[in-house]
Write a new protein. Structure first.
Length: 390
């Protein structure tokens, strides 16, 4: 009968192999927990139980086995570092997971505030002191007070899944915080059609490809594929950017550019109008990197996906230079090395209205004109293929 459940199978619950099998269907990140023993030598272990605990105060936790000799050593010194391992660090994970021997042989590392090892090549590190230890069955729950942290290598993390290793595929579409309006649903439908071609393009170009939409007064990343150049922050699905010059030039070029330009003081508007007009005439846009590019990327990356505050948006706006120079073909020769930041093309509807923008992002620090043509033509082909099938 509906509402009546079978009695729980206690034997199945107590079967450790079955317990591991079921929980193994939930993927978890792989972290290297590093520190020093009482003699000052580096010690390390691997954990898939790392989690964030609190923002105020900043706390994290991991769950070592009660029998872990590495945790016993870390517990004596009262400090540890969480190293979020990258997708290409499976060998590092295996080496640190083995009992005995020189776990750090051939692994580069440095130290930060607590003196715990920060591993070379890790995605991020969180340096901690031990805040509390709680007993939990055959494990401890170790709560760490975060002393310092940073992203070291923006890239895909290493995952543990079904008893093996894996990594993140192309991020799924994220509608979190995006209004469920008819036009937004249409954007999602179009992104679904784009996704396989975006993945192929990002593999071919070796850069990140991002699909964005203009929603109200923000440019929102609806899907990404691939990874940017090492050292560049990846685009988060759902990431928002203010629709203000020079951001969003491709949207302004194929829509009401005056809405975009109106956000500037009168004396700066002619420059922005000219930029939108030239992008429309060319059929694509490109931006150049400069001294403030990385600062802007970091500020955009830190914006909350859901409802950023006016203060956070103002901080991003303060880093925008409406008079910054976009890429203009006549200012470069075929032999020049170009500090490209992005290359973007529109995805147009049946009557020529812009629907999405495809952007190649995270490009090498210096590109050739042939590189630019390759990025541009690959993205234009993706856009044309989708437009023809729309």
């Amino acid at each position: 009968m509906p509402g009546i459940q079978d009695a729980p199978d206690s034997a199945r619950v107590l079967d450790q192999a079955h317990f591991r099998f079921v929980l193994g269907h939930y993927p978890s990140g792989v972290a290297a927990i590093t520190g020093r023993n009482a003699e000052g030598a580096p010690v390390g272990m691997v954990a898939t139980s790392f989690t964030s605990v609190s923002l105020d105060p900043p706390l994290v936790a991991f769950l070592p086995m009660r029998t872990s000799s590495t945790w016993a050593a870390l517990g004596e010194t009262g400090a540890f570092c969480i190293n979020v391992l990258a997708a290409d660090q499976e060998a590092v994970s295996r080496q640190l997971a083995v009992k005995g021997g020189d776990k750090f042989g051939g692994i580069g590392w440095r130290t930060e505030a607590t003196g715990s090892p920060v591993l070379d090549g890790a995605v991020a590190w969180i340096d901690c002191t031990v805040g509390a230890v709680h007993e939990a069955g055959d494990h401890f729950i170790v709560v760490g007070r975060v002393e310092d942290l940073d992203v070291q290598k923006p890239s895909s993390p290493l995952l543990s899944f079904q008893g093996g290793y894996g990594t993140v595929a192309s991020p799924a579409l994220a509608a979190s915080g995006v209004p469920e309006l008819p036009e937004v649903v249409e954007h999602f439908r179009l992104v679904d059609a784009l996704r396989p071609r975006m993945s192929a393009a990002s593999r071919e170009l070796g850069v990140e490809v991002v699909a964005t939409a203009l929603l109200d007064d923000e440019v929102v990343a609806l899907a990404t594929s691939g990874h940017p150049e090492p050292g560049r922050l990846p685009t988060r699905v759902g990431q928002r950017m203010p629709y203000r010059p020079p951001l969003g030039a491709a949207f302004a070029a194929w829509s009401d550019s005056e809405r975009w330009v109106a956000r500037l003081p009168p004396e700066q508007r002619p420059h922005a109008r000219g930029l939108a007009r030239r992008v429309r005439e060319r059929g694509w846009s490109a931006t150049l990197g400069g001294p403030g590019s990385l600062d802007l990327e970091r500020a955009l990356y830190r914006l909350p996906v859901n409802a950023p505050s006016s203060e956070e948006l103002h901080a991003v706006g303060g880093l925008l230079d409406p008079l910054s120079e976009a890429y203009e073909p006549h200012t470069f020769t075929a032999k020049d090395r170009i500090p490209l930041r992005t290359v973007a093309v529109p995805v147009l509807g049946p009557v020529g209205a812009i629907r999405l923008v495809l952007t190649a992002y995270g490009l090498p620090a210096l590109s050739t004109y042939d590189d630019l043509v390759r990025y541009r033509d690959t993205l234009l082909e993706v856009a044309r293929t989708v437009q023809q099938g729309a």
